[in-house]
Write a protein that binds this ligand. Structure first.
Ligand SMILES: Nc1nc2c(ncn2[C@@H]2O[C@@H]3COP(=O)(O)O[C@H]4[C@@H](O)[C@H](n5cnc6c(=O)[nH]c(N)nc65)O[C@@H]4COP(=O)(O)O[C@H]3[C@H]2O)c(=O)[nH]1
Length: 557
């Protein structure tokens, strides 16, 4: 008989006939499958033998295993299955034989590892998920399977959004508990041959096998984002985090593990840049875009030292007096090859790579130095990015810029956006109060575009509200926009704040803004942002377009 013939070959091997009855097997196969040594398997149906240990699995997985095997076995295609039998991680491979039977090889995963590791050595200690070395082996196996059977697969790189915040505010024990919960949720999405791993920190990865169509991969990616983004309750804390997912498909997005991992990471990076809490599939141009960004980052790191920044100034007009009252400083980056780079392009990058503090300090010092030489009492407004509030030095930097330039504090205005007050940030509120105590003014920029603009007015006594230009020259219907402008202007007037309408481009817009009760305007109609020498001339001569003079003195054009 075959059993005697195969003897005690040290591999797990089972042969079946076309009807699925066992014709031969090795003792190792019995050992691995946890079957009693004395019992002969010859003539038994393989399905019957398998049922015993499939039964050990929870119901959901049992059905999944059957579904996983059904089609390949029917179509006589090779198929692999990962199962746990009596604590052993096994890999079973079915191969069709020419006589219509099958060979089934059974291997213990430990034997697949190059170094003799215990199962615990494959696990992430905190969550019990696979760890990176184990995941890499599974990836290699998936590639081997792909070569053998053509079975495609997907790699989903998962990163938690705002995890660091939970760790920082609620402490590491809660952070750890949260990671365990995330692991549990991830495991519920698994099918028999999938693998989920924690790479460390809040980085996870899922290997989705049998990903022959993008639809199944997309469904899993969407499910991960949804599942991990649902609220968690841990030790009485309601915790809301999100998850970003980057997807790379094998073999299209990577012919080897390293490329696939790199491309899934690029897609993940894109998901984060696009606003987090979403998934993105890898696209070939992501690599090129990443490279372009890396180059921009290198250039930006050198820009301060190479003196490539300059400031332009955009004046603001008081509607009642018809006089210019001050201006906003806006940064420009004059790059030798790229030309003038917009702050919208490089400020977010500077925030991300930690360069905003030195750049912001340069803006502040330069603006104060320039403004001190202007005639009269014109104010100078400087934008502060929320990231600048992270530095403990902000108040000292402002103090020092005022002292070094000799600019009177009441002439300096700092513009902040809602990011500074998001989540009722107490530290930032304390910094704002300390800044105001220096005698300068604080204004709320881009008002009306945030989530809860009105509530910010309650949390801090702003001196000025700047109404976002989308309400003035943006796409909203004029009627709706003007209703909002009117509401903000009346709010400002009852709080005793100046209200500046931004982005005024036409005499008609200016006329409407005046009718709604705003106190000041800023926009291309008054002047585009201009160089320092030019703003001095504007202030000295008050040379404004005639339509503005007519309007500001009350006449209708
Ligand atoms: N279509 C139109 N646009 C108008 C008009 N009037 C002014 N603008 C533009 O609107 C932006 C106003 O600045 P912001 O809302 O503070 O928005 C600023 C601000 O958030 C940021 N930014 C600029 N300079 C600095 C800086 O020194 N530090 C920081 N942290 N952010 C800055 O970059 C944003 C964009 O700045 P810019 O590109 O200079 O764009 C400026 C200005 O050129 C108009 O009538 N029509």
């Amino acid at each position: 008989m075959l059993e005697a013939y195969l003897g005690d070959l040290k591999i797990g091997l089972i042969l079946t006939d076309r009807a699925g009855r066992i014709g031969g097997y090795t003792a190792e196969a019995k050992r691995l499958l946890g079957l009693p040594t004395g019992r002969s398997l010859t003539g038994e149906a393989l399905g019957h033998v398998m049922r015993r240990w499939i039964q050990l699995d929870p119901g959901e997985r049992r059905a999944a295993i059957r579904a996983h095997l059904r089609r390949p076995l029917r179509d006589r295609q090779p198929v692999s299955l990962d199962v746990a039998v009596e604590g052993r991680d096994l890999v079973l491979d079915w191969h069709p034989l020419t006589d219509a039977g099958w060979t089934i090889t059974i291997r213990e995963r430990a034997a697949l590892l190059s170094e003799p590791a215990q199962p615990e050595g494959w696990r992430d200690h905190l969550t019990g998920l696979a760890n990176r070395p184990h995941f890499e082996i599974r990836l290699k196996e998936a590639y081997a399977r792909l070569a053998r059977t053509g079975e495609r697969f997907a790699l989903l790189a998962v990163d938690l959004d705002r995890f660091k915040h939970v760790n920082d505010t609620l402490g590491h024990p809660i952070g750890d508990a949260l990671l365990r919960k995330v692991a549990e949720r991830l495991q519920t999405t698994l099918r028999p041959n999938d693998c989920v791993a924690r790479f460390g920190g809040d980085e996870f990865a899922v290997l989705q096998s049998g990903a022959d169509d993008g639809i199944a991969v997309q469904a899993l990616a969407a499910r991960l984002v949804d599942l991990l983004g649902r609220s968690y309750i841990l030790e009485g804390h309601l915790i809301n985090i999100g998850a970003s997912v980057g997807v790379a498909l094998a073999p299209t997005d990577g012919a080897d593990s390293a490329t696939l991992v790199k491309n899934a990471d690029l897609a993940l990076y894109r998901a984060k840049l696009d606003g987090r809490n979403m998934f993105r599939f890898f696209e070939a141009e992501m690599g090129a875009r990443m490279e372009a960004r890396r180059q921009l980052e290198l250039d930006l790191r050198r820009a301060l030292a190479l003196r490539q920044f300059e400031l332009v100034y955009q004046p603001q007009l008081n509607l009642q007096s018809g006089q210019l009252v001050g201006c906003e400083a806006l940064i420009r980056w004059r790059h030798p090859q790229r030309g003038v780079v917009s702050p919208l392009e490089f400020i977010p990058l500077a925030e991300e790579i930690g360069l905003i503090a030195p750049i912001g300090e340069w803006v502040l010092r330069t603006a104060c130095m320039e403004a001190v030489s202007w005639p009269g009492d014109f104010s100078i407004a400087v934008n502060l990015s929320p990231a600048q509030f992270k530095s403990k030095k902000l108040v000292d930097t402002v103090k020092s810029a005022l002292a070094a330039s000799g600019l009177a504090a009441h002439r300096l205005e700092l513009e902040i956006t809602e990011g500074v007050l998001l989540h009722e940030n107490r530290d930032n509120l304390a910094i704002l109060h300390a800044l105001r105590d220096l005698g300068l003014r604080i204004s709320m920029d881009d008002f009306g575009t945030g989530y809860s603009s009105l509530s910010y007015l309650r949390s801090f006594p702003f001196d000025k509200i700047k109404i976002d230009r989308s309400f003035v020259s943006g796409g909203m219907t004029t009627k709706d926009s003007m209703a909002i402008v009117r509401a903000i202007a009346s709010l400002g007037s009852s709080f005793g704040m100046t209200t500046v309408a931004e982005g005024v481009e036409t005499p008609e817009q200016m006329q409407d803004i005046r009718a709604e009760g705003c106190t000041d305007v800023q926009g291309y109609l008054i002047s585009r942002p201009v160089a320092a020498a030019e703003i001095v001339k504007l202030f000295a001569g008050q040379r404004l377009p005639s339509s503005i003079h007519q309007q500001s003195s009350g006449a209708r054009p």
